[in-house]
Design a protein around this ligand. Structure first.
Ligand code: ADP
Ligand code: MG
Ligand code: MG
Length: 899
């Protein structure tokens, strides 16, 4: 197998289409090289090699070393430098790069090849001793951390890790000698520091920092492979549902140096503003620095140009001002890359002694608002067509656009704590915590937390995920954590320099004010403002551009999108979001909640009735309430289909619990309270979810179904008389046998005919159908379809019964299933296509065989999950139904599925 693909000005083997094999970074480096951009030459070791490396239990495939040496020789002949040569040494970086970008989650090692024999040569060649020792100390820091400690899985004795140890040594040196910046450290001090680093490494890790370039190279390559299974990378994959078997590529690339003095620099830029989507070149850079300094957020970076100036960096010179010619070259590259990729790019560059080099480009992460604005702009500019535009907005992040912002009125009078950079959108409030672990813990006990950190660190990934918002004292808009937050649409403010964090006391000082762990802050991530206390939130206002976008998306959609609405209020919200009907109206919901005292009382009376007569009497009292609720909903949904489900939950759920309520029922039924206890007890079941519920209630007590169906038809009749057009769909839940459907259908037909007579009308259009939520029903869908005019897949119960997982109890073990990669995601969130999906497609096929025009939809939570929506489209369903706030997500996902 060929493992290595070269790239560079002279020879490039891959291109942007080969992300699976070369990883995103490698594929795009190859593409940029093909575009004749100044890419330092190098080669990519494929993701396939990474997988083979793991198959061989962490050993390189036999042919790899030879291939590496050959590729290194090619770089040497292109650059005229030689790896390990004492006079003219070549240095390289070893960079990770998976198929889809995982910013900062894996490892990269720079300056590989520096050792006691090559150092003097490089000093002589560059005439810059400071630079060489700065590069050396970086190599030692990265290598000892990534290769010697993490890849070897050495657990630090002092709990701190070698990286922190070395960082502390460097900080102490800076403090002792009064150096403000890394660049102030003298050459002599750097030299001594490197020696002390090596000694510390020997002490703590029990091994010497390798002085052999080839050993460094091979060690780095193996460690980058291993970083695929590092803690942060694994966490990130779980969150993003990235498969474990993709593996990472390794890019070995000629080093270029941004730390060679005042004519050298490094930076990160976006071809458009990733926060707003504005068509402005946006970026940050640092003079005399290496790439990691910008992305790690350790120094406040300079603005790229006037468009990029903000409150934190406005005093610092921009690249446009400092190096106008190079800025212009970069600006031209920006235009070229956008025209080529037809999408916003995130780029990394380095300037070595006045020469520009391109080190990375990839499709840039962006906020939902930015994604929307850029897609619409590019459509209007004629860069992309409608279909492409529709696919540019990730349905998952749509949520954020519809999510709350800080109420501008509340903000006017709020007490400001600090100001930082608006790295992630929207508003959020929460209690402040200072470590990722605390954020995870507090969030577990249902607290809203804001994770406050000195700087953004990829190790904090789980804490960032758990927190409602992230706030940091240092770092810029292009730091890794800012990228991650933006990708998730998480409210995030970075670089709030006024914050002085004391981790030991878990306190935060701002001037003379002191805040403690647990204090509440509110963040406006769109403006970068931090406030004291909990401010009022507001739904994001109507977004005109969003509506225009969705109107275009709707043109391409094949499936209808309905909503699951239990109340008239839900139905109104869903209509605003573009719902085309109700896919699930749960009748029992009118009995929950505070306003339903009377109805609930009557329901209880019915449930605790003993004789048929008692029950009939109670049902008659209940009837007007049910009819009214259904009528209001049908009226709101005039002209649109409304699927009304007959009573579903086990009756015991409604049995009164308090003494007071029990006495009330006893009085109403003229029975003793002891009798109420007795009757309640009889309703107890050991497995209520697979007990006496759904259609089974209607079989035992046909009068209950009768009352509901009659309420539906009479509501319709009254609406029809008032000139409306109700479209009810009567749905029977929890069926497993076609005879159940036959049984209930008789009641339905009888009520229908009776209502026609009573109201003296000619027609009462309706559909009769069932939920498919028991595997047996799916498998005999051909028989079910003899009675059912529609199926609605209740994938919550269908998942529960297919897996045998109790929905209400999965909390105790689901994480173990995910952590051990037994399941790639929670099947209650994302439909299990393998088995549950197979039941759905089977039922679709068998149902259509009996009744070709049968209407098919889904009403489980999955109806609002983009991946599951795509599945529904492929399965040929007519509609999906989801909660009101998910309607836009489902509309977009359905449009993308059809493109
Ligand atoms: P990540 O995937 O975490 O962004 P990268 O592989 O891009 O990691 O490397 C981290 C930083 O190191 C980048 O900012 C990049 O600019 C710098 N870097 C990587 N390779 C080189 C190189 N050959 N020369 C100079 N800088 C480099
Ligand atoms: Mg990078
Ligand atoms: Mg159900």
């Amino acid at each position: 197998t060929k493992y290595i693909y070269e790239f560079g000005p002279d020879k490039t083997e891959g291109d942007a289409s080969q992300k699976n094999l070369l990883g995103g970074k490698g594929a795009n480096l190859a593409e940029m090289a093909k575009l004749k951009l100044p890419v330092p030459p190098g080669f990519t070791i494929s993701t396939e090699c990474c997988n083979h490396y793991f198959d061989l239990n962490g050993r390189f495939p036999d042919t790899l070393e030879e291939e590496i040496l050959k590729a290194m020789a090619n770089i040497e002949s292109h650059t005229g430098m030689i790896f390990g040569d004492p006079k003219n040494p070549l240095l390289v970086s070893c960079r990770s790069g998976a198929r889809s970008s995982m910013p900062g989650m894996m490892e990269t090692i720079l300056n590989v090849g520096l050792c006691t024999t090559t150092i003097p040569g490089l000093i002589k060649k560059t005439n810059n001793e400071w630079f060489v020792y700065d590069a050396y100390r970086r190599l030692i820091m990265m290598y000892s951390d990534v290769v010697m400690e993490k890849a070897e899985q050495i657990h630090p004795k002092d709990g701190m890790g070698i990286r922190l140890n070395l960082e502390m040594m460097m900080n102490n040196l800076k403090n002792d000698k009064g150096y403000d910046n890394d660049t102030d450290i003298s050459t002599e001090d750097l030299k001594a520091l490197c020696e002390r680093f090596k000694k510390k490494i020997r002490e703590n890790l029990g091994a010497d920092f390798p002085d052999d370039p080839k050993e460094q190279l091979m060690g780095s390559i193996g460690a980058v492979f291993k970083s695929w299974n590092g803690k942060r990378a694994v966490s990130y994959r779980r969150i993003e549902h990235i498969p474990d078997n993709w593996g990472t590529a390794v890019n070995v690339q000629t080093m270029v140096f941004g730390n060679m003095g005042d004519t050298s620099a490094t930076g990160v830029a976006f071809t458009r503003d990733p926060a707003t989507g504005d068509n402005k070149f946006y970026g940050e850079w640092l003079v005399n620095a290496q790439g990691e300094d910008v992305v790690a957020g350790t120094r406040t970076p300079n603005p790229l140009n006037t468009d990029t100036k903000n409150s934190q960096n406005k005093h610092l010179p921009s690249l446009e001002e400092s190096m106008p010619q190079l800025y212009k070259q970069l600006f031209d590259i920006r235009n070229l890359l956008e025209a080529h990729y037809k999408d916003m790019q995130d780029i990394e560059f380095t300037i070595q002694e006045g020469r520009l080099y391109m080190l990375q480009c990839r499709v840039g992460k962006r906020t939902a608002t930015a994604a929307l604005n850029m897609a619409m702009d590019m459509l209007e500019e004629g860069t992309i067509d409608e279909r492409t535009m529709v696919c540019r907005l990730d349905p998952k992040i749509l949520d954020d656009m519809l999510h709350p912002i800080v109420d501008p009125d509340a903000e006017k009078t709020a007490v400001k704590v600090a100001e930082g950079l608006p790295a992630g959108p929207g508003g959020a409030w929460g209690q402040i915590v200072f470590t990722a672990e605390d954020a995870v813990q507090w969030a577990k006990s249902d607290k809203n937390v804001i994770l406050v950190r000195e700087e953004t660190n990829p190790e904090d990934i789980e804490g960032m995920r758990a927190a409602a918002a992230v706030l940091t004292a240092r770092g810029g808009m292009t730091s890794h954590a800012a990228l991650v937050a933006r990708g998730w649409g998480k409210c995030c403010i970075v670089g709030a320099g006024a914050l002085k964090i004391n981790l030991a006391t878990k306190e935060l000082r701002v001037g003379t004010r002191v805040f403690k762990e647990g204090d509440i802050f509110t963040l406006n991530g769109t403006k970068g403002m931090v406030y004291q206390g909990q401010l009022k939130m507001k739904d994001a206002s109507e977004n005109v551009r969003f509506k225009a976008f969705m109107a275009i998306a709707d043109k391409y959609r094949a499936m209808q999108v309905r909503t699951n609405a239990d109340t008239p209020a839900d139905a109104m919200t869903a209509l605003d979001f573009g719902a085309q009907g109700i896919g699930l109206f749960r009748t029992e919901h009118m009995f929950y909640g505070a306003d339903s005292d009377k109805a609930l009382f009557l329901l209880r009376k019915m449930i605790l009735s003993k004789t048929h007569e008692e029950r009939e009497a109670a049902l008659e009292e209940l009837f007007p309430f049910v009819k009214e609720e259904i009528k209001t909903t049908l009226q709101i949904m005039d002209n649109l289909p409304v699927t009304i489900r007959l009573l579903d939950p086990p009756l015991h759920e409604f049995v009164p619990q308090s003494r007071e309520n029990q006495q009330e029922i006893a009085d109403a039924l003229h029975i003793d309270i002891e009798e109420v206890f007795k009757r309640s007890e009889q309703l107890l079941e050991s497995n209520p979810m697979i007990g006496h519920r759904g259609v089974r209630l209607g079989i035992t007590y046909p009068e209950i179904s009768h009352m509901q169906v009659k309420a539906i038809f009479e509501a319709c009749a009254e609406l029809i008389k008032a000139g409306k057009k109700p479209m009810p769909e009567i749905m029977v839940p929890v069926t497993c046998n076609e005879k159940e459907l036959a049984f209930v259908r008789d009641i339905v037909t009888q009520c229908h005919d009776q209502t026609l007579k009573t109201y003296e009308i000619d027609a009462l259009p309706y559909l009769y159908g069932t939920m498919i939520e028991i595997p047996r029903a799916a498998l005999i869908a051909d028989k079910m379809a003899e009675y059912a005019q529609f199926f609605s897949f209740g994938t919550n119960d269908l998942t529960q019964m297919t897996f045998g997982f109790s929905r209400d109890d999965i909390g105790s073990f689901m994480n173990d299933y995910i952590d051990n990669a037994i399941l790639s995601s929670d099947p209650f969130e994302t439909l299990d296509q393998e088995a549950v999906g197979c039941l759905v497609t089977t039922a679709v096929e068998r149902g259509r065989k009996t009744r070709p025009e049968i209407k098919l939809g889904i009403c489980g939570e999955h109806g609002g999950d983009p991946e599951s929506v795509v599945f529904c489209h492929k399965a040929g369903l007519n509609y999906v139904s989801c909660s009101p706030y998910r309607v836009p997500i489902a509309r977009l996902a359905a449009a993308q599925a059809a493109i």
